[in-house]
Write a protein that binds this ligand. Structure first.
Ligand code: LLP
Length: 463
C-alpha cells in the first residue's frame, strides 16, 4: 500500500472514541526524554539515533523486532542508584526485570549486587562472574536443588519465604557444613497502589510470612534456633510500578516494629533490613517518577526516624530496583506491516512482533507510547492502536497512541521503556521467535542476547 493510498483514519478530537489517551501531542516528532533512553535523539535527517547509531542501520543489521538497549544509560542509572544509597546501604539489581551475562558484568563493574529468583538466574549470574557473596536468592517455592546450589556457591543471602523453607535451608546448610546468611521475607499488610497482579504486601497472597497474628515473630524464633542459619535481617517488598512513598513508609514502620519486638524478646538487634524494589518509571509522558537520590533520601529518613522511635541502631538498608534501572534504557524497534483504518474508531497498525515480545499490555493493561523513528512527518496525527502478529485480538502493544497519518508499511516505529519485563517475559507464542537484545554505546552496537532461530525452536522439539 502506498503512503497516500489508505483512507484517512480518525484524526480529530471530536471523532475520537473512548480510550486512555489525552489530546494528540503538539509535535509528533518530539521524543520526550522522560520515556526515551538517555542517548536517544533525532539526527539531522530525522532518523532516530541511540548511542550514536541510527535505527535504520540497527534494523538493517540486526533485523526487527529488536530490543535496543542503551548501555550508557543502563550504567548511568545503576551508578545513580549506587551513589544515592552510598556506602551504608546495598543496591541489589532485580534480575527478573532483565538479565543477561553482559548485564551481570555491567552491574559488577558499577558496584551493584544482584537479586536472583531461580536456578536459571543464579546460573546466569555465576557464569558471568558475579561474586556469589553479592547475590541474594529469592523465591516463594525454591527447589531443594536450587537451595543446595545457592548454598554451595556461597550466596550472600537467601531470603526465606515460608516456615518449610526455614528448616530446609538450615538442613542443607548443615549438611554442607555451612552457616547460611538469611533474611525472612514478611508481608506487612500494605495495599500498594498498583495493579493487583504486581502488589505483594497485602496478606492474601503467596509471598512471604504474614506479620499479622505473630507469624513473622514465630518464623524469627525458629530461624534463630537453627545452627545452619545466620539471620541477618527482615525483608519486605510491597509491589511494583509504585510512585507513592507512603506504602514504603508503612512497610518500614512495621518492619522496624518487628525488629524492636525481636530485640525485646531475644536481646538482639538484627543488622539489616531490605525494602525490596518496586519504584515506578515513566511509560508515558503522564508518569512522574522520582530520582534515585530522592528515593534514597526518603527511605533512609523513614528508617532512621522509625529506629530512633524504637531506640534501635539504624540497620543497614538494602533495596532491589529492577524496572527503575533497566526499564527506561531500552526501546523495541518494529517494522510497520498491515495498516487498517476503521472509520470513526482508530487505525490498527500491525507490527512484526506483539504480545510475544511485550505481554505487559495484555497482562496488566499497561500503557506505552510509540513514535515513528525512521523519519519525521508533518502529517496530521491519527489515533492508532499498535498490534502484533499473533492470533488473538488481545495482542496489543500500545492501546491508544497518536502516530502520523501518513504512516506506511516499511516504516520503523519504536516503543520506549521496554527494558524491564519485556524480554524477560517474552514467549514463543505462535512459534514466533524471540527478538535479540542489541546493546549500543559510543557508536557501537553489539548483540548481547541473539535472536531466536527456528533451529532453537526445533532443538527442543524431540518427539
Ligand atoms: N524484589 C522482589 C522481591 C521482587 O519480587 C521484585 C519484583 C523486585 C524486587 C523488583 O521490582 P521492580 O523494581 O522491578 O518493580 N512482571 C511485572 C513485575 C513483576 C515484579 C515481580 N517482582 C511487570 O511487568 O510489571
Amino acid at each position: 500500500m502506498s503512503r497516500s493510498a489508505h483512507p484517512a483514519g480518525p484524526r480529530h478530537a471530536d471523532v475520537l472514541p473512548e480510550g486512555h489517551y489525552s489530546a494528540p501531542p503538539a509535535d509528533l516528532n518530539a521524543l520526550d526524554p522522560k520515556v526515551w533512553a538517555e542517548t536517544v535523539g533525532r539526527g539531522e535527517d530525522g532518523v532516530v539515533t541511540v548511542g550514536g547509531i541510527d535505527v535504520k542501520r540497527i534494523a538493517e543489521e540486526y533485523g526487527t523486532p529488536a530490543y535496543v538497549l542503551d548501555e550508557t544509560d543502563f550504567r548511568a542509572r545503576a551508578r545513580a542508584w549506587r551513589t544515592a544509597f552510598g556506602q551504608d546501604a546495598d543496591v541489589f539489581y532485580a534480575g527478573k526485570a532483565f538479565l543477561s551475562r553482559a548485564v551481570v558484568r555491567w552491574l559488577h563493574e558499577e558496584g551493584l549486587n544482584l537479586d536472583v529468583c531461580s536456578g536459571g538466574e543464579l546460573a546466569t549470574a555465576l557464569s558471568a562472574g558475579m561474586p556469589a557473596d553479592r547475590i541474594a536468592f529469592h523465591g516463594n517455592n525454591k527447589s531443594t536443588q536450587e537451595i543446595r546450589r545457592a548454598v554451595e556457591a556461597g550466596v550472600g543471602r537467601i531470603v526465606l519465604d515460608s516456615f518449610k523453607e526455614i528448616v530446609r535451608v538450615a538442613h542443607i546448610a548443615q549438611e554442607l557444613g555451612k552457616r547460611q546468611r538469611v533474611q525472612i521475607r514478611i508481608t506487612v499488610g500494605v495495599e500498594a497502589h498498583t495493579h493487583e497482579f504486581i502488589a505483594t504486601a497485602h496478606e492474601d497472597q503467596k509471598f512471604g510470612i504474614p506479620l499479622a497474628g505473630g507469624q513473622a515473630a514465630e518464623a524469627v524464633r525458629r530461624a534463630l534456633q537453627l545452627d545452619g542459619l545466620e539471620l541477618i535481617g527482615i525483608h519486605s517488598h510491597i509491589g511494583s510500578q509504585i510512585f507513592d512513598m507512603s506504602g514504603f513508609e508503612v512497610a518500614a514502620h512495621r518492619v522496624v516494629g518487628l525488629l524492636r519486638d525481636i530485640r525485646d524478646e531475644h536481646g538482639i538487634e538484627l543488622p539489616e533490613i531490605d525494602l525490596g524494589g518496586g519504584l515506578g518509571i515513566a511509560y508515558t509522558s503522564d508518569d512522574d517518577p522520582r530520582e534515585p537520590h530522592e528515593i534514597a533520601k526518603a527511605l533512609t529518613e523513614i528508617v532512621t526516624r522509625e529506629c530512633e522511635g524504637a531506640r534501635l541502631r539504624t540497620p543497614r538498608i538494602s533495596v532491589e530496583p529492577g524496572r527503575a534501572i533497566v526499564g527506561p534504557t531500552a526501546f523495541t524497534l518494529y517494522e510497520v506491516g498491515t495498516i487498517k483504518p476503521l472509520d470513526n474508531l482508530r487505525t490498527y497498525v500491525s507490527v512484526d512482533g506483539g504480545m510475544s515480545d511485550n505481554i505487559r499490555t495484555a497482562l496488566y493493561d499497561a500503557e506505552y507510547s510509540v513514535a515513528l523513528v525512521s523519519r519525521t512527518s508533518d502529517a496530521e496525527p491519527m489515533l492508532a492502536r499498535v498490534v502484533g502478529k499473533h492470533c488473538e485480538s488481545g495482542d496489543i502493544v500500545v492501546k491508544d497512541a497518536f502516530l502520523p497519518g501518513d504512516l506506511a508499511p516499511g516504516d520503523l516505529i519504536a516503543v520506549p521503556a521496554t527494558g524491564a519485563y519485556c524480554r524477560s517475559m517474552a514467549s514463543n507464542y505462535n512459534h514466533v521467535l524471540r527478538p535479540p537484545v542489541v546493546a549500543v554505546s559510543d557508536g557501537e552496537a553489539r548483540v548481547i542476547v541473539r535472536r531466536e532461530t527456528e533451529e532453537d525452536l526445533l532443538r527442543l522439539d524431540v518427539g
